[in-house]
Design a protein around this ligand. Structure first.
Ligand SMILES: Nc1ncnc2c1ncn2[C@@H]1O[C@H](COP(=O)(O)OP(=O)(O)O)[C@@H](O)[C@H]1O
Ligand SMILES: CC(=O)OP(=O)(O)O
Ligand SMILES: [Mg+2]
Length: 405
C-alpha cells in the first residue's frame, strides 16, 4: 500500500493546528485545532473532510500538554479511519519557526537537527520550544515515521547581507548570531508563487510585496521568486504593528523602560511581545472588533487602526524602493484576506506608485486568489489566501516521498 498521506503540525505555545493531506492530489482529509492546552478548559475542534461530509466535532475538556493534545488528535483521526498508525502515512511535517542560517530547506529531523533547533530557542523563545514539544511528541507516537521540519526562516536566507545585517559591531553580531532572519517564510514563499500564477507569469519574472497580516504580521520583498528583504528580524517582534507585538521602535525604549521605568528585561519582553500592538493601543487584537468599534465612533480604536495602517504604508513604500519595479502588492493571512478596510486604507494615496484598489472588487468575499485593483492600475493589488500547511506538506512529501514505494 502506498504511503501518500502527510500530517502537518503547527505547534504553538498553547495550541496545535493540524491538517492531514493526501499528497496524490493535495486534498485535505481532516483539519483541526487544539487550543488552550494546559489551561482549565482546552478546546479541540476536528473536521473530517472525507466522504463529502464536513461535520466538525468539538469538545471542551482539560488537555494537560502537547502529548495529550496529540493523542487526542490521533483518537479523532482514528475515529474517521484516518489513524496515525496507518501504513498510508508517509511522514509528519512540522512548522518550525526559527532555523537560523543553518536550515535553508526542509530537513528530516535527527537528534542533531533537534539539538540545533533547541540552540535557537534564545532567539525564538515564543515559538521554538512549542515546535520542539510537538516534534518530540510526534516522535514518541510514531518513532518509525520520518519527521520533517519546515522552517519559517528558510525562504528568507536568500536576503543579501545589505538587508540581513544590522548596523552594529560585526564581531558582536557574529558572536551572538544577531541578524535579520525573518519569519512566515513558508507563507511568503507560497503566496508569492501563487501571485505569479494569478498574473499568468513565472515566479522568476515577477516582483511582489507580500503582506502577511495575521495576529503575527510581516511584509516581504520578493524579486523573481527570491526574498530580498522582510520586516521581521532576529525575532518575530520587529516590523509591522501586530495583534500583540509592537513592531518597529527605537531600541532605546528598552533602555528607558529598564533604567527609568525600573522594568526587568522579562517584563519588557512581555510588554512588547504580548501587551503591545493593537491590544496595547486599544485593548483589542481582533481586527473585526476594532472595525466594529470604529464604526461606532470609538476614537481609541480609530487611532490604533491609523497607527497600524501608517506602518503598513511605510513598508509598502520601502519595499517599492528596494525592488525598483513592483508587479503586485498582495494581502494574505487572517486580516489580509478578510479585512477589506485594511486593504483599502493601506493602498489609499499611493496612486502615484501605480497602486489602487477597486471598491467593488475589494468588497467581494471569497476564498480564492483574486485581483482587487482596477484594470488601469499599473501595479496589481491582490488577495491570495495563504496555506502554510499545504506548503509544509508539499515540501515534506517532496523530501521523503512514498516510503512504501
Ligand atoms: N473576517 C475578518 N475580518 C477582519 N479580521 C479578521 C477576520 N477573520 C480573521 N481576522 C483576523 O485574523 C487574525 C488571525 O489571523 P491568522 O492569520 O489566523 O493569525 P495567526 O496565524 O497569526 O494566529 C485575527 O486576529 C483577526 O484579527
Ligand atoms: C512568526 C510568527 O509570528 O508566527 P505566528 O504569526 O504564527 O505567531
Ligand atoms: Mg499564522
Amino acid at each position: 500500500m502506498s504511503a501518500t498521506r502527510v500530517l502537518v503540525l503547527n505547534s504553538g505555545s498553547s495550541s496545535v493546528k493540524y491538517q492531514l493531506l493526501d499528497m496524490r492530489d493535495s486534498s485535505r482529509l481532516a483539519v483541526g485545532l487544539v487550543e488552550r492546552i494546559g489551561e482549565e478548559t482546552s478546546r479541540l475542534k476536528h473536521t473530517p473532510l472525507t466522504g463529502g461530509g464536513a461535520e466538525s466535532r468539538e469538545r471542551e475538556e482539560p488537555i494537560a500538554d502537547h502529548e495529550a493534545a496529540l493523542r487526542a488528535v490521533a483518537d479523532e483521526l482514528a475515529a474517521d479511519g484516518l489513524g496515525l498508525d496507518s501504513p498510508e502515512l508517509a511522514a509528519i511535517g512540522h512548522r518550525v519557526v526559527h532555523g537560523g542560517l543553518k536550515f535553508t530547506a526542509p530537513t528530516v529531523i535527527t537528534d542533531e537537527v533537534l539539538k540545533e533547533i533547541e540552540r535557537l530557542v534564545p532567539v525564538a523563545p515564543l515559538h521554538n520550544p512549542a515546535n520542539i514539544t510537538g516534534i518530540r511528541t510526534a516522535q514518541a507516537l510514531r518513532p518509525d515515521l520520518p519527521q520533517v521540519a519546515v522552517f519559517d526562516t528558510a525562504f528568507h536566507t536568500t536576503m543579501p547581507e545589505s538587508a540581513a545585517r544590522y548596523a552594529i559591531d560585526v564581531q558582536t553580531a557574529d558572536e551572538h548570531r544577531v541578524r535579520r532572519y525573518g519569519f512566515h517564510g513558508t507563507s511568503h514563499a507560497y503566496v508569492s508563487r501563487e501571485t505569479a500564477k494569478l498574473l499568468g507569469k513565472a515566479p522568476e519574472d515577477v516582483n511582489v510585496i507580500v503582506l502577511h497580516l495575521g495576529n503575527g504580521a510581516s511584509a516581504s520583498a520578493v524579486r523573481g521568486g527570491r526574498c530580498v528583504d522582510t520586516s521581521m528580524g532576529l525575532t518575530p517582534l520587529e516590523g509591522l504593528v501586530m495583534g500583540t507585538r509592537s513592531g518597529d521602535m527605537d531600541p532605546a525604549v528598552i533602555f528607558h523602560l529598564a533604567r527609568v521605568g525600573k522594568m526587568s528585561v522579562d517584563e519588557i519582553d512581555i510588554l512588547l511581545n504580548k501587551k503591545s500592538g493593537l491590544i496595547g493601543l486599544c485593548g483589542d487584537n481582533d481586527m473585526r472588533e476594532i472595525r466594529r468599534r470604529i464604526d461606532e465612533g470609538d476614537q481609541e480604536a480609530a487611532l490604533a487602526f491609523d497607527i497600524y495602517i501608517h506602518r503598513l504604508k511605510k513598508y509598502i513604500g520601502a519595499y517599492y524602493a528596494v525592488l525598483g519595479r513592483v508587479d503586485a502588492v498582495v494581502f494574505t493571512a487572517g486580516v489580509g484576506e478578510n479585512a477589506a478596510p485594511v486593504r483599502e486604507a493601506a493602498v489609499a494615496g499611493l496612486e502615484e506608485l501605480g497602486l489602487a484598489v477597486d471598491g467593488a472588487l475589494n468588497s467581494v468575499r471569497s476564498d480564492e486568489a483574486r485581483l482587487i485593483s482596477p484594470e488601469y492600475a499599473r501595479v496589481a493589488v491582490a488577495v491570495v489566501p495563504t496555506d502554510e500547511e499545504l506548503e509544509i506538506a508539499t515540501q515534506t512529501y517532496a523530501l521523503v516521498g512514498d516510503r512504501n514505494a
